[in-house]
Ligand binder design. Structure first.
Ligand SMILES: NC(=O)c1ccc[n+]([C@@H]2O[C@H](COP(=O)([O-])OP(=O)(O)OC[C@H]3O[C@@H](n4cnc5c(N)ncnc54)[C@H](O)[C@@H]3O)[C@@H](O)[C@H]2O)c1
Length: 412
């Protein structure tokens, strides 16, 4: 048996549970700790980890206590966006205080709510001397990974580089109130989900093995709208479901966004990335899709073409759930099923990769610098949408920019 990595989790919510499923496919790591402000939730998530057999997981009283335990060498940061800075400050403080044996930190998307916060996260982690990884699962989704590798090896090698990539992430709306609040989350769906698609298009357009800087963003055009959740009946429904702090009559966020990024490539081409995202898509459930187009080839992926469909007649009036697909909207009729979502969405391969990075066996495919670059693209997109025009990248004032949605001043 080779060297093993002891992993601790910050946050015990929806995303942490996805990673725990992912760790079932990682052979050289043990999930040993969970910290979350709610001790009961931390204990429940630790119990889930033990049940999944991914480690002798126990809850900790604080982030500092987890860092101080030499059994834990890496942290997976899965707390809410509004707590990024305080979480990373506590980690950095504990590390520079000389306790424990922490070597790496992997942080969920988006890296932060705006560029200033993202820069602070990067600076703290670098000052603490930690290895770092940016958790963008879709880059590791098996279909994206295999499709990209084969398209580039066959189509692009013989007929020229791809010129257009498309990506989308759509569902009917987030599961927790804080996601809906611009001040806490950083924006609406553009911040929450365009972070995936904005990186996926660039990733697909980049030759495997080449630096991401070989495809660099030059001009950005974005659009955003509130299509569904500011309709009076849905303002009311959202308030009922998420509580009185979510009031889209007063402080709405966008539930649709689109983005076109013009990239310059190191081989002298202009190529395009086109992304859309929405919280106003009512289909079977979460739909991830991507396309890559070149002179004599194309790729297409849709996560709801999952290969498994179940049919339930109107006599099957079961409970609502998420057992068929994430963000499931129905339990009747012909329904697609994503059989192993943690693998299908890329969590498993992502977790395997970053464990190997922190064990010193691989170079990181995504670092916090990539996470910062995504935030810079997203904040440019907000500026473009607010001003209704195409912007050169990076635009002026990017480092201090805060979207109107986050400030609570956006009027759709
Ligand atoms: N990669 C993906 O597709 C994906 C999917 C979902 C969420 N995420 C990201 O993961 C992160 C967590 O999202 P989620 O869906 O698990 O949210 P969630 O609300 O379900 O869970 C958040 C967890 O953080 C804990 N928490 C609350 N305050 C905290 C604090 N101050 N410090 C640390 N933890 C705190 C909560 O108790 C909870 O356990 C977010 O940044 C989100 O954007 C990524």
């Amino acid at each position: 048996m080779g060297e093993r990595l002891g992993v601790g989790f910050i946050g015990s919510g929806f995303n942490a549970r996805f990673h725990l499923q992912g760790f079932r496919g990682v052979r050289d790591a043990d999930v040993l700790g969970v910290w979350s402000p709610n001790a009961k939730h931390a204990e429940e998530t630790a119990a889930l980890a033990r049940k999944l057999d991914v480690g002798e997981t126990k809850p900790y009283n604080s982030i500092a206590a987890m860092v101080a335990d030499p059994a834990i060498q890496a942290l997976w940061l899965c707390g809410p966006n509004f707590a990024r800075i305080e979480n990373v400050e506590e980690i950095a403080h504990a590390v520079t205080g000389g306790k424990g044996a922490l070597t790496g930190i992997a942080c969920e998307k988006p890296l932060a709510r705006n560029v200033a916060e993202a820069k602070r996260v990067v600076a703290l982690v670098k000052q603490a001397g930690l290895k770092h990884g940016y958790l963008e699962n879709q880059v590791f989704a098996p279909q994206v990974e295999w499709g990209r590798a084969i398209i580039w090896a066959r189509g692009a090698a013989l007929t020229g580089r791809p010129y257009l990539a498309r990506a989308a992430e759509e569902h009917s709306g987030p599961h927790m109130p804080w996601f809906w609040r611009g001040d806490l989350q950083g924006g609406g769906v553009l911040n929450d989900m365009m972070c995936h698609s904005a990186l996926v298009v660039r990733h697909l357009l980049t030759k495997p093995g080449a630096a991401r800087s070989t495809v660099s963003p030059k001009r950005i055009t974005a659009h955003m709208a509130s299509l569904k959740w500011t309709r009076p009946e849905y303002v009311k429904r959202l308030g009922q479901q998420m509580g009185p702090d979510v009031d889209y009559g007063k402080r709405p966020a966008e539930d649709f966004a689109s983005l076109i990024v013009e990239f310059a490539t190191d081989d002298g081409h202009k190529v395009l990335g086109e992304a859309t995202t929405s919280w106003s898509f009512v289909g079977a459930g979460l739909r991830l899709s991507a396309e890559l187009l070149g002179p004599e080839y194309s790729l297409s992926w849709n996560s709801l073409d999952a290969g498994l469909k179940l049919f339930f007649s109107r006599e099957v009036k079961g409970k609502t759930g998420e057992d068929l697909v994430e963000k499931q909207n129905a339990e009747m009729g012909l329904m697609p099923v994503v059989a192993n979502e943690a693998a299908a969405y890329g969590y498993e391969a992502e977790d395997r990769h970053f464990v190997r990075v922190f064990l010193g066996k691989e170079q990181p495919q995504l670092t916090l610098d990539d996470g910062l670059e995504v935030v810079r693209v997203l904040m440019t997109a907000y500026q473009s949408a607010e001003q209704g025009r195409t912007l050169d990248f990076p635009p002026q004032g990017l480092d201090d920019f805060v979207p109107a949605v986050a400030k609570g001043t956006w009027k759709p």
